[in-house]
Write a protein that binds this ligand. Structure first.
Ligand SMILES: [Zn+2]
Length: 410
């Protein structure tokens, strides 16, 4: 039996009486978020909108039962409910804030799509009404800022004029003669929504009755989506919330940067410039410190009987590049060797002045073979990483022993 759709002619009817036509137990439907056993309820008439045409389903109550989902199954509308109705006659009650929000977004979509098409030749190829944002996909070249703003402004102008919105019925030919925006080739009588003087579009959804009820429309981001351009927008209560959230966000960011909201971009630029300058300065200072520390270490280290200075150092909590700068500086001093390790990082780095005549790579390989880790290098410079960063001291002690072994081998 065909369900009479109350919302086709009156989208504002939110309470209605109806007769139960059919009721059956349904298995859980995990994909729809339904994990318990539910019932599929068919009524002779309903104000509940089923998911279709980009608009989500209504929620609400039928008697004491909660409506969990509403599905369009051809002629029938199936209400997914959590309990069986008490009798053959029921009272349905649609969750109105949710439905009215959908009506605002959906009607706003008709209007926005019409503006993009009429003014800028960008047809809408799909529409999605999400829980936070709604989107339309536009075909054609990328809509620039001027087009996005222009369509938004034109849509808001029609909203402020509070034009009537009517439901029209007719064959595809009738609608074509009336100048429908999107021609359809379906037989029979079609339903179309007319925004006076702005748009005529076939649609089975729910809409507000004058453009003023859309409230206002804000175009948000635009991003490439396959071959099309996805434009985000919000209407009515959502636009109000989005504008308020934007303001709170700007104010919080401005407070952090200690400036007025309108100064934010300049303050952010200044902060980034300062950050980059500080980064460069810190690097230069680190190099300078490494140079001084290396010079001191070389001065303090007494050369061995072979004239070689062996300097070893475990670093803790220093910038990662500092260890390398220190070792490289030491290795610039005649016949000096630097054995360094990072406690915590597990980085080990050996460097020598070429005249020291040892093999850093061989020493590193032996340490890693014994303690575990990865790395490699050349005769004069080798670096690696210990599996266990706590073994920095052991690694250097081992390296020292090995280098004296190398010495004996010479
Ligand atoms: Zn519609």
């Amino acid at each position: 039996m065909k369900t009479y759709r109350i919302y086709y002619d009156d989208a504002y009817e939110r309470e209605f009486t109806a007769r139960v036509v059919h009721c059956e137990l349904l298995p859980p439907d995990v994909n729809a978020g339904i994990t318990t056993q539910v019932l599929g309820l068919v009524l002779d008439r309903t104000a509940f909108y089923p998911t279709s045409g980009g608009q989500p389903n209504d929620l609400g109550k039928i008697g004491d039962a909660s409506v969990l989902d509403v599905r369009d199954e051809g002629d029938e509308i199936i209400h997914i409910v959590d309990r069986r109705p008490d009798g053959p006659d029921v009272l349905g009650c649609v969750n109105w804030p949710r439905r009215f929000d959908h009506m605002q977004q959906h009607t706003g979509q008709h209007l926005l799509s019409a503006m993009f098409q009429e003014r800028y030749g960008r047809p809408t190829v799909s529409f999605h009404l999400g829980t936070e944002l709604s989107t339309i996909d536009l075909r054609g070249p990328e809509p620039n800022e001027e087009i996005l703003e222009g369509a938004e402004r034109a849509a808001n102008k029609v909203i402020f004029e509070d034009r009537p919105i009517n439901v029209r019925y007719g064959t595809a030919r009738d609608l074509a003669e009336l100048g429908v925006r999107k021609e359809v080739e379906r037989p029979g009588i079609l339903r179309a929504i007319e925004i006076a003087g702005a748009d005529l579009q076939p649609c089975g959804g729910t809409h507000v009755k004058t453009t003023g009820q859309i409230g206002t429309l804000l175009v948000r981001r635009c991003a490439k989506m396959r071959q099309d351009w996805r434009v985000e927008f919000v209407c009515g209560g959502r636009a109000e919330r989005a504008a308020r959230q934007d303001f709170l966000l700007l104010r919080a960011a401005a407070e952090k940067l200690g400036c007025a909201p309108e100064e934010l971009v300049r303050a952010a630029e200044r902060t980034l410039t300062e950050r980059d300058a500080n980064f460069k300065r810190t690097r230069a200072l680190l190099e300078r410190v490494a140079e001084i520390e290396a010079a001191e270490a070389v001065l303090e280290a007494a050369p061995g009987s072979d004239g070689i200075r062996l300097i070893h150092r475990v670093f803790k909590d220093v910038e990662p590049e500092f260890q390398g700068q220190f070792a490289t500086r030491v290795a610039k001093a005649e016949r000096s060797i630097a054995l360094t390790a990072g406690l915590g990082s597990g980085h080990i780095l050996f460097a020598q002045h070429p005249a020291a005549g040892k093999d850093m790579n061989a020493a590193l390989k032996q340490v890693l073979a014994k303690l575990g880790g990865k790395g490699g290098g050349t005769r004069d410079f080798a670096r690696g990483r210990l599996d266990d960063p706590a073994q920095a001291e052991e690694a250097l002690a081992l390296a020292r022993d090995m280098l004296s072994g190398q010495e004996r081998a010479v």
